[in-house]
Design a protein. Sequence first.
Length: 82
Amino acid sequence: MGWQQKKYQETLEGLAEFFEDQIEEDPKMVMEKIDGELRNLYIRLDQDWTGRGVVGDTVQMATIAALERVRAKCLEQINQVV
């Protein structure tokens, strides 16, 4: 596994773990936070005029993937309650 894959995986898993307990407590609140952050990340994705570099791109893509996963878990939790 190359360094990019390791960094991607590390970011992905770290964010998923960070939100795990919060999803159980209040999935709607977490989803609101995630939606706002995803909006910002998707905007910044196309605004790389300063040059994030390979590390920055890797972390940003992993962050987006992780937050999309967290968002899906939130939706799952919300739909179970209803």
